[in-house]
Design a protein. Structure first.
Length: 355
């Protein structure tokens, strides 16, 4: 696996990077697309707006268990990403993180010119869009001084839960992410204050009941309200002011603020590339998972078709069929035969499990 820094792109010093396929999105579907293409001897470059692989799994709930991955009764989201990265290692995918695909044009010879926000340029024979909900950013705290503390003491995701052990935490949000961390960090953090702007929650009822039980037992504090200001000393967060829904304010000491207000999902430039859309999703067929533009495919949450289910499992299936379609697109005169990794010497050699 090769990671290319946005500031040192191979194409910034010369011409565009020539490749078989550019994959837009490094979430589970995009990573598995690398694998399915690699089995067929097809090389790929992967571009993602985030600065790490894993997409929404790694960004939103890295420690949250997933129960519907075949043969894995339970699997953490980050664990799933790590397993996928290990699986695609034999194919040496090239990653370009922290870059948004800003331009996509079909060339006269049928290939595609792809350009990122960092100036990285590709000439690809095919493109796979595996961009999840599109590019997205967390909804931020919205109080003065929060930006300066971001990723130090104001957080919109949990990268390492142990960093918050023994700390005074204020956790915002009414969805699953917020309540999961209120529950998980209870007894590990020095103190927890949970803040939500209204009495209704979007989280699972069992999680809401557990949070309320912890509050009733005095093991955390729940406040209905919004952030009104931060208290700092020598550039470090020391506390936060909460404006309650009744108009009164409350002050709480805090070492860290965790805010889970959801994301701003948007298709971004993808919406301008001429695909047939349905409610901000890209329409595809179910044989090739090809868009309305031949040679460009879409898999995972970004696509739509009759019966579509937004499951990681569905994205894996779509990646497999898209790979076969791309192989036929790259070599239209050559029939692509189905081979099995258990018996195919060619595939086993590509995987590095045989000489």
């Amino acid at each position: 696996m090769t990671i290319n820094d946005p500031g040192s792109s191979a194409s910034s010093a010369g011409g565009p990077i020539a490749t078989d396929v550019v994959i837009i999105g490094a979430g589970p579907a995009g990573l598995f697309q690398v694998f399915e293409l690699g089995l067929l001897g097809i090389k790929s470059h992967v571009v993602d707006t985030l600065r790490h692989p894993g997409g929404q799994c790694a960004e939103l709930y890295p420690d949250k268990p997933i129960y519907d991955i075949p043969a894995l009764p339970v699997c953490g989201a980050q664990e799933l990403v790590d397993r996928l990265l290990a699986q695609i290692k034999p194919f040496d995918p090239q990653f370009h993180f922290g870059q948004e695909v800003a331009g996509l044009q079909r060339r006269d010879d049928g290939t595609f010119h792809v350009e990122t926000s960092a100036g990285t340029r590709f000439v690809a024979k095919a493109v796979v869009i595996a961009a999840g909900l599109g590019s997205f950013q967390p909804r931020r705290l919205g109080v003065e001084g929060a930006d300066a503390l971001e990723d130090r003491q104001v957080h919109y995701r949990v990268r390492n839960a142990a960093d918050f052990h023994g700390q005074r935490l204020v956790i915002f949000g009414g969805g699953d992410s917020a309540l999961d961390w209120v529950i998980d960090l209870n007894g590990k953090a020095k103190s927890i204050v949970h803040v939500h702007r209204r009495p209704e929650f979007r989280a699972a009822p069992a999680s809401v009941a557990r949070m309320q039980q912890l509050g009733a037992e005095g093991r955390m504090t729940y406040v209905e309200g919004i952030a009104a200001g931060l208290r700092t000393a020598e550039g470090r967060l020391t506390g936060i002011t909460i404006k309650r829904t009744d108009g009164t304010t409350a002050e709480f000491d805090a070492d860290h603020v965790l805010a889970f207000f959801g994301l701003h999902p948007k298709l971004g430039p993808i919406a301008e590339w001429g695909f047939e859309l349905d409610k901000k999703a890209i329409k595809v067929d179910t044989a090739k998972f090809q868009t309305s533009v031949p040679g460009i495919h879409a898999i995972g949450d970004i696509n739509t078709y009759p019966g579509k289910k937004k499951l990681i499992l569905s994205g894996f299936h779509e990646a497999a069929l898209a790979a076969f379609a791309i192989a036929e697109h790259l070599n239209p005169a050559k029939k692509v035969h189905l081979q099995y990794t258990t018996t195919s010497p060619i595939m086993q050699k590509r995987l590095g499990v045989s000489e």
